[in-house]
Design a protein around this ligand. Sequence first.
Ligand code: 5RP
Length: 260
Amino acid sequence: MARELSPIEKAKLAAARRAVDFVEAGMRVGLGTGSTAAWMVRCLGQRVREEGLKITGVPTSVQTAALARAEGISIVTLEEARWLDLTIDGTDEFDADLNLIKGGGGAHLREKVVATASDQMIVIADAAKEVACLGAFPLPIEVIPFGWQTTKALVEEMLVSLDVMGREVTIRMKGDQPFVSDEGNRILDLHLGRIGNARQVALALNQVPGVVENGLFIDICDRVVIGHGDGRVVVRDFSGAPDEVDRIDFAATENLFADL
Ligand code: 5RP
């Protein structure tokens, strides 16, 4: 018998299941990273196996590549694909303009490169990720290992001139060592609390030598699919069209989590 998912996992699964309906035969699809994106990869795998859907995936992390392979999704690198039809990825926060904070999983550099190389980006999220103002979730920035302490000090100095509430910067750790991204870099987490002008902050941070990329996704996301624990999903378009409301039947997805 399948295990019972928590309401939050059901919400993530519902969003993921609805989002893969946007994938069509022959598409090159960017595959995001994180727990919500993992549900999307499983749902896509189900369509590949059960419907014979032919697509090519471009994973945004080593972790997603392994899952996609296990799900029977054919994958290539971005170098091979060059341009994508669609990317589906999770988020840590999204606002009313569909601007995002990403990088909670430390993969925002590859995620941003892949999403920007896509005709469309669809974000999948549980309802708790929606915020009135970005910034409660610590904003990640990926920095090169060389002189990262100096880069951190420069970022702290830069923050003084920006419209943010908090200014604490911490190095992300994994156990007792700094976290290392798939690109071999470090992650600094910026505890800003509230970001007054996300576009300005995104541009300013990328000016600091040593910063490779920040986790603010401005004007990149086209659509958000918001999942709820009862199977309800809301599809929101950046065009401002009215939200579309749907419902996912979890029975049709039970074999996706029976073995988890
Ligand atoms: C990874 C990401 C993730 O998409 C983000 O952290 C959301 O993760 P989850 O779906 O596990 O909440 O940006 O770098």
